[in-house]
Design a protein around this ligand. Structure first.
Ligand SMILES: [Zn+2]
Length: 185
């Protein structure tokens, strides 16, 4: 119940973080608009740490999603750069191979980085039939399952931690009450 209430309370912040986590792929639209080719500018500046820092600071100037500017900026940066981390580990074949996407992580340096370990099979986006293919449906299902499991595990750990804190707080309060009643007697 507490989780559902928190989700409702922080829904606008959650929506913003989801948008930021996907913002790097706006280069598809820029390529489509400027070069009439969605892939023309893909994996460029928007897939860099500089873009993550810039977006995090700019968003936090406009809207602090938590109490302080810096906490908000760190959250926005984490959301944006989670995309970069996943892209680094995305390739055409799972496992230890050289198929991961290369991205200019340290832009303006032209050097491109990729992980030798591929954890996610990338979706094909060369044309519309490829975009809506069964292969892409399976890739999306795999991502949903993997990241869903990670999210559930993190939530379970968080819940356990909160329960332990509540229990130790209750124990402390009970022992303090006993001490106070003994000293009154
Ligand atoms: Zn991307």
């Amino acid at each position: 119940m507490r989780f559902v209430t928190a989700c409702r309370q922080y829904l606008p912040q959650l929506v913003l973080l989801v948008l930021l986590a996907n913002l790097a792929d706006v280069d598809f639209l820029i390529g489509l608009g400027t070069e009439a080719n969605a892939n023309a500018l893909h994996h460029g500046f928007t897939h860099s740490l500089a873009a993550a820092v810039f977006v995090a600071l700019a968003v936090s100037c406009v809207w602090r999603i938590t109490g302080s500017f810096w906490r908000s900026a760190i959250l926005c940066f984490s959301a944006y750069s989670s995309h970069l981390l996943i892209d680094l580990c995305t390739g055409t074949k799972l496992g230890w191979n050289a198929t991961a996407s290369a991205i200019p992580l340290l832009w303006p340096s032209a050097k491109e980085f990729s992980s030798p370990l591929v954890l996610v099979v990338g979706v094909s986006h060369k044309d519309l039939p490829a975009l809506f293919s069964m292969k892409n449906a399976w890739s999306s299902f795999y991502e949903l399952l993997t990241f869903g499991a990670i999210t559930v595990a993190l939530l379970a750990l968080r819940l356990r931690h909160a329960q332990r804190r509540t229990m130790s707080h209750n124990r402390e309060t009970a022992s303090r009450t006993v001490c106070t009643s003994n000293s009154i007697r």
